[in-house]
Unconditional design. Structure first.
Length: 119
């Protein structure tokens, strides 16, 4: 059983930065960040393989960086130049399958950390 715990969310002004963290109890091949804004469907933000290969949603490219430290069992999301539309609950997720945006393949999810961005 993989357990995930996010932290690092908060309130920032537009243009600001946050680093989200996700502590995990077991290493899986693929880990990802998803987010859900009020009234919207949950969407993928970034994925990373155990090897370090990454993929980003168009909305995240150039501003967000996903990374993982397997020695510390921690996943990160560095979020820069934040916009009001980035405000959402951010979730980390883990899968033993190929990374994708297909949410049902992620068997393990954290409880989420809230990001608020003011204009």
């Amino acid at each position: 059983q993989v357990q995930l715990a996010e932290s690092g969310g908060g309130s920032v002004q537009g243009g600001g930065s946050l680093r989200l963290s996700c502590a995990y109890t077991y290493i899986t091949d693929c880990m990802a960040w998803f987010r859900q804004a009020p009234g919207k469907e949950r969407e993928g933000v970034a994925t990373i393989y155990r090897s370090g290969n990454t993929n980003y949603a168009d909305s995240a490219k150039g501003r967000f960086t996903i990374s993982r430290d397997n020695a510390k069992n921690t996943l990160y999301l560095q979020s820069n130049t934040l916009k009001p539309e980035d405000a959402a609950m951010y979730y980390c997720a883990a899968s033993q399958l190929v990374c994708s945006w297909y949410q049902p393949q992620y068997k393990y999810w954290g409880q989420g950390t809230q990001v608020t961005v003011s204009s």
